[in-house]
Design a protein around this ligand. Sequence first.
Ligand code: SAM
Length: 239
Amino acid sequence: MSENLPEHVAENRRYWNSMAADWVAPGERGWAQEACWGTWAIPNSEVPLLADEMAGQRAIELGCGTGYVSAWMRRRGASVYAIDNSEAQLVTARRLCDAHGLDGIEWVHGNAEDVPQPDGSFDFAISEYGAAIWCEPTTWISEAHRLLRPGGDLVFLGHHPLAMVCSPIDGSLPVPIVWNGVTSIWADWTGATQPTGPAASSSTSRSRRGSGCSTRSASTSSITSRSGHPSPPPARTAR
Ligand SMILES: C[S@@+](CC[C@H](N)C(=O)[O-])C[C@H]1O[C@@H](n2cnc3c(N)ncnc32)[C@H](O)[C@@H]1O
């Protein structure tokens, strides 16, 4: 990886190295549990972003952080390439990987906008609040497209655009909370997006791209604090 990083990538690296200690406990919970998604920890059985069976697939996680999504894919049989911009986050990921006795995950320190892998080398790509919310959209999505074989899938989670555009720029509303020592802004936008239920405002969409890759995204109503930190996914289960 070139160390001539774009300014936003260098700043994200500094930021995430400084915040990594706060993400150890959520990472430990993620590694210990089954796949689930978003603000309300919706089980993968209800929002199936990962196939139950991934044997034979080569998967990449773009902005893997503490690595639990990579663990979920590995446990489904995929071989996994997990890249993150923060050395400190990867220290946690590698430690938890050893603690859980998993092999078959390659942990890589690098920029998800510029991945040192050949074109078309992955069947599946995912970003759970990683590249999906921290990278330049046109750059990282183009890079994911390059990395996927024709027909491969890209799945990503981010914050619901409605929540973002309805939030004051200073992050003062609607509900600032401190979670794990981190100030985040939370709001329940469920009624705005899913009038029938409290379960989730996660939304999914799928589109077919020119070369045959497809893209799904799931966005939740959690809101990134204006200090640049995403809302942590807490729990309907113990996460
Ligand atoms: C909220 S965490 C999400 C990761 C994982 N799902 C987790 O919760 O541990 C965001 C991650 O994106 C990573 N990140 C930010 N910019 C990146 C980039 N340009 N390339 C790779 N990773 C990046 C950060 O280092 C951080 O670990």
